[in-house]
Write a protein that binds this ligand. Structure first.
Ligand code: G6P
Length: 469
């Protein structure tokens, strides 16, 4: 242990570091996203460290400081990327935990890589954590790290937050390594989930596999040495930096850009908007189907309504993602071919990511926001839309299968599998009177403002701080 270097009292561990860069030799930039924004101030004041992958295969980078945070890179070889990241994380766990929307693939070599890489992350965290430090591990790529870390460093207080859904036992039990993964998670002192339902799926799996007692958000865990610990396992719904979205949305140049976007679209009466990572969990094809039928049935008119769909590139080497891209692009092409006029396009499809300011301008330009995920841990897009609508206008169509639906009761709630219901919900949103929009948006905005990402991280760290005190 005395070989430990520059010790940190708080260590965050996630698959990706909170920075990225276009290519080697370029400058590092802070990654977009709420997690970084939420944790940066705590890490800066506690002299904390962040352990993660720098985002490219075979990239060995020395530990470095960025914006006052100590960054500890964990290198992944091309084979690790293929087996641990694209394979076990994104082609086994991701589809399994999203209710097998796409069939999960089980490969023993992928599992071996997952164990090996999780061990490497655990060792890197153990190496930088001060005596009795708090370590906060994030997400499904690193479910074995809590147990590995406890074995390496029993003095640490360990938290884990699961950003994606935790499935019902009937699905979870398919996993050939179901006991090892549960045991990995139970190495933590606090295990956080997005929804109450995720936490209860987890505790049920723990009861079924290990027979441990679970009650009121806690599990009595019998560790391998015989000691019994109480582990907290409950919901901490994540959020966004709502004040930052509000501030950007009030900038005159952003509001001007929103007007410009509408003008560029040919000033339609209604702009429908969807923005997602290009992922099969997001229900993009269901949304397109519903919209295509509304056009075909003349319930919406291409001269008056436009759908803007941003699909940001994601996990492009995983076959299921390649197939989905083909399917979406074929569907968009068909719908546009069938319904476009020379002057108007049914769908403006954009396979890009955009900076936050442009996103806020798009949110402000959108009369109707479509969130039709088939399964989603939280869905921060729904919250970003609400936080950006400083004018109190706009309507949110929100899938009941998102974590956000538990909080955003004033949205128009949909089951995206029910295409007729989805079409009706889109029409309700298009036709919603301005005062009804305002009433709903006021309640939605209050919720998102009061439950922001800062409150989320403080809540989790508070519970972590209460362990062993
Ligand atoms: C989801 C996951 C994150 C992941 C992100 C982007 O939000 O919960 O852990 O980082 O997707 O996916 P990627 O595979 O590009 O990291």
């Amino acid at each position: 242990m005395n070989t430990r270097s520059a010790e940190a009292d708080l260590v965050v561990v996630s698959n990706r570091l909170p920075v990225d860069r276009a290519s080697e030799g370029e400058e590092w930039r802070r990654s977009p996203g709420g997690l970084v924004a939420a944790l940066e101030p705590v890490l800066q004041t506690t002299g904390g460290a962040w352990v993660g992958w720098p985002g490219q295969p075979d990239l060995e980078v020395e530990r470095f400081t960025f914006d006052g945070i100590d960054l500890v890179p964990v290198a992944l070889s091309a084979e690790d990327v293929e087996r641990f990241y694209e394979g076990f994380s994104n082609d086994t766990i991701w589809p399994l935990y999203h209710d097998v929307i796409s069939p999960p693939t089980y490969h023993r070599e992928w599992w071996d890589a997952y164990v090996r890489v999780n061990q490497r992350f655990a060792e890197a965290a153990a190496n930088v954590a001060a005596d009795g430090a708090r370590v906060w591990v994030h997400d499904y790529q690193l479910q074995l790290v809590p147990r590995m870390l406890r074995e390496l460093r029993p003095d640490l207080v360990i938290g884990y937050f699961h950003h994606i859904p935790f499935p019902a036992y009937g699905i979870y039990s398919q996993l050939p390594w179901r006991n090892q993964v549960l045991d990995g998670l139970l190495g933590a002192d606090v295990i956080g989930f997005q929804r109450v339902a995720d936490a209860s799926n987890f505790t049920r799996a723990v009861r079924r596999r290990f027979g441990f007692d679970t009650k009121a958000g806690t599990v009595r865990v019998a560790d391998p040495g015989g000691a019994v610990r109480t582990v907290i396992a409950k919901a901490y719904p994540i959020s966004i930096d709502a004040a930052a979205y509000d501030e950007i949305a009030r900038r005159p140049e952003v509001q001007e850009r929103a007007r410009e976007i509408r003008a560029e679209l040919g000033d339609p009466d209604t702009v429908l908007f969807g923005v997602d990572r290009l992922d099969y969990t997001k229900g993009i094809t269901h949304r397109l189907k519903a919209y295509g039928e509304l056009l075909a049935e003349h319930r919406v008119d291409v001269e008056k309504v436009t759908l803007v769909q941003v699909a940001s590139p994601s996990r492009e080497r995983v076959v299921a993602y390649m197939q989905l891209r083909d399917e979406i692009e074929l569907t968009v092409g068909r719908i546009n071919g069938d319904f476009d006029t020379v002057g108007h396009s049914a769908i403006r499809y954009l396979h890009h990511s955009y900076p936050r300011e442009e996103m806020v301008a798009l949110y402000l330009a959108a009369d109707v926001m479509l969130v039709t995920a088939l399964r989603d841990g939280m869905n921060l897009v729904a919250k970003e839309y609400v936080a950006s609508r400083v004018d109190g206008r706009g309507a949110l169509v929100l899938s009941e299968f998102t974590g956000a639906a538990d909080e955003l009761g004033q949205a128009i709630c949909v089951n995206p599998h029910d295409i007729e219901g989805l079409k009706d919900a889109i029409m309700t949103a298009i036709e919603m009177p301005a005062d009804e929009q305002r009433k709903r948006m006021r309640a939605l905005r209050r919720r998102v403002r009061e439950h922001d990402v800062d409150r989320w991280s403080r809540g989790f760290l508070h519970d972590l701080g209460s362990v062993r005190s």
